[in-house]
Design a protein around this ligand. Structure first.
Ligand SMILES: [Zn+2]
Length: 108
């Protein structure tokens, strides 16, 4: 079933003429065109993979993806940035700790 673009009544998918309002359903009507398939680099699995491997560098993919709602883009961006920041801080801290250990060893 689909909706008639003229009267919004439910009609058969294969209908060429609406039984409710009598309008002919033009095949060139953009409503009836099948949705465009997303490009491979806009697939969810690829974006997840990209975020996991390059982190914030994958953000443009999320922003360029036409199917992603705006709220999701903002939420994902914030989430990824916070995660990267935490990871960065953790890395810096462990480097600092390692350096302190080396200083201790050298001082002995
Ligand atoms: Zn109709």
């Amino acid at each position: 079933m689909k909706k008639c673009p003229f009267c919004a009544e439910d009609i058969q998918d294969a209908a060429i003429k609406c039984k409710h309002c009598g309008e002919f359903l033009d095949a060139s009507n953009p409503r009836q065109l099948p949705e465009e398939k997303p490009q491979w680099y806009f697939r969810k699995s690829f974006i997840v993979f990209a975020v996991c491997s390059v982190g914030p560098l994958a953000l443009p993919l999320i922003w360029w993806r036409p199917q992603t709602p705006r709220a999701w883009k903002i939420g994902l961006t914030a989430g990824i940035l916070v995660l990267s920041w935490i990871l960065f801080q953790t890395t810096m801290e462990s480097i600092h700790t390692i350096k302190e250990y080396y200083n201790l060893i050298e001082g002995l």
